[in-house]
Design a protein around this ligand. Structure first.
Ligand code: UGA
Length: 437
């Protein structure tokens, strides 16, 4: 099948390459020339395990362009442009609206437009009306990929969700998308068909639930801190109940990235518009708990070191999570910057995110007080404290006895509760976790 993917960011680029992997002829469209050039030459513009290989092995069937007219003659058009957060917390729909506007002149009767971007409920009905006069049909097919597992999540998803109109057009759309995902469906992947509003809500409901789970355990970490309890043991114990489950119960400095924070805010904004804001009042608490976690590291450092002015602190990790170079709304980078604001000298490191972090640090005018180094061991020479802010394997696996020889003051703040407190204490460190000591 001939497929176009509009928007070649994280979601679109991985989706385009995955569709080529399934045997389709694919063109990816993006306005960013550098991104298109990079993808076309088989070089991933971001760090994602397995993506470079997928891209390179499919370049025969996979093209990228900034020219919208190249979508002409393609049957299925995926909308995968970004839906960033607007200043008021709502969802900025500029890119989705523009993509549909640009696409309409090239649509033919029988074409299928498939929305994948995360949008406010009600969007599909509105866009279906714009697309209808061309004879093309719209459906909504939300994406659940996680950064770091994007290829796996796209080619072997937990489920496929189809949001369709409740008429013959919906049936036609289902048949076409089934043909696109034939190889995935052949592996007995659950496929759930529902109306537009439900499909749109599934996506934001899933992310809201995950965010709530993380803030729940972080709230428990706050209680643990004042009671002497251990939040990791608590999570292990409640996680054994299969109704609760252990995943997404890791307390720490909280969630970041390009999805969970903006999606819960956008959901609250949309519910408020619809007059049901009180139904999602708890998500405002989820957001507040989450943002408080970022300040907790500074509090712990001040408890241990007093005024941070003139102190030197190593920060291990800048990406919002391991196996990613993404620093969008990253708690790690936020913390590094807040320590600088408190007067500390920060030496930070990350295996993948140094380049984007460097641009952010320069833009903030902090490069004289926030130094970036490649090796995490180079970051700790003579420091007063180490903060672990992203749980990369190389930090978890580090030998604390070797690190003890390099620091001026043996204090470690484990922002992701990913180190062994016993090992670090045995090496002479004062260990402070998040809801555990
Ligand atoms: C998230 C969802 O997990 C995906 O299902 C969804 O498709 C995606 O958003 C999206 O909307 O596109 P992602 O942003 O890649 O995926 O990252 P997550 O793995 O969800 O992690 C989000 C944040 O939560 C990270 O900062 C991570 O460190 C933090 N986290 C995660 C915790 O603090 N504790 C946990 O137990 C788990």
């Amino acid at each position: 099948m001939k497929i176009s993917v509009i928007g070649c960011g994280y979601l679109g680029a991985v989706h385009a390459a995955s569709m080529a992997e399934l045997g389709h002829e694919v063109v990816g469209i993006d306005v960013d020339e550098a991104r298109v050039a990079s993808l076309a030459s088989g070089i991933a513009p971001f760090h994602e395990p397995g993506f470079n290989e997928l891209l390179r092995s499919n370049l025969e069937r996979l093209h990228f362009s900034t020219d919208f007219s190249t979508v002409q003659g393609h049957t299925v058009h995926f909308l995968a442009v970004g839906t960033p957060q607007a200043p008021d917390g709502s969802v900025d729909m500029t890119y989705v609206n523009q993509a549909v506007k640009d696409l309409v002149p090239f649509l033919s009767p029988g074409d299928l437009v498939v929305g994948k971007s995360t949008v406010p409920v009600g969007t599909s009905t509105r866009l279906a009306e714009i697309v209808a006069p061309t004879g093309a049909v719209l459906m909504w097919n939300p994406e659940f990929l996680r950064e770091g597992f994007a290829v796996e999540d796209t080619l072997a998803p937990d489920r496929l969700v189809y949001g369709v109109s409740e008429d013959d057009a919906g049936k036609a759309a289902t048949a076409i998308l089934d043909a696109v995902y034939d190889a995935i469906l052949a592996k007995n992947t659950p496929r759930l068909i529902m109306n537009f509003a439900t499909a749109e809500l599934v996506k934001v409901a899933a992310n809201s639930f995950l965010a709530t789970k993380i803030s729940f355990i972080n709230a428990m970490a706050e209680i643990a801190d004042v009671t002497g309890a251990n939040v990791t043991q608590l999570a292990d114990a409640i996680g054994h109940d299969s109704r609760i489950g252990r995943r997404f119960l890791n307390a720490g400095i909280g969630f970041g990235g390009g999805c969970l924070p903006k999606d819960i805010r956008g959901f609250v904004a949309r519910a408020t518009e619809l007059g049901v804001g009180s139904s999602l009042a708890f998500l405002t608490d989820v957001d507040e708990i989450n943002m408080r976690r970022r300040g907790r590291v500074k509090e712990i450092l001040e408890e241990e070191l007093g005024d941070l002015a003139g102190k030197t602190i190593a920060v291990w990790g800048l990406a919002f999570k391991p196996d990613s170079d993404d620093i969008r709304d990253s708690p790690a980078l936020d913390i590094a910057q807040s320590l600088v604001t408190a007067g500390a000298l920060v030496v930070a490191t990350d295996p993948e995110a140094l380049k984007p972090a460097g641009r952010r640090v320069d833009a903030a005018g902090m490069s004289d007080r926030l130094t970036l180094v490649h090796n995490h061991r180079d970051a700790v020479h003579g420091v007063d404290a180490i903060v672990v802010a992203t749980e990369w394997d190389q930090y978890r696996d580090e030998n604390p006895s070797d690190i003890a020889l390099l620091v001026a003051h043996p204090l470690v703040v484990d922002g992701r509760n990913c180190l062994s407190p016993d090992d670090w204490k045995a090496a002479g460190f004062r260990y402070r976790g998040m809801g555990r000591t």
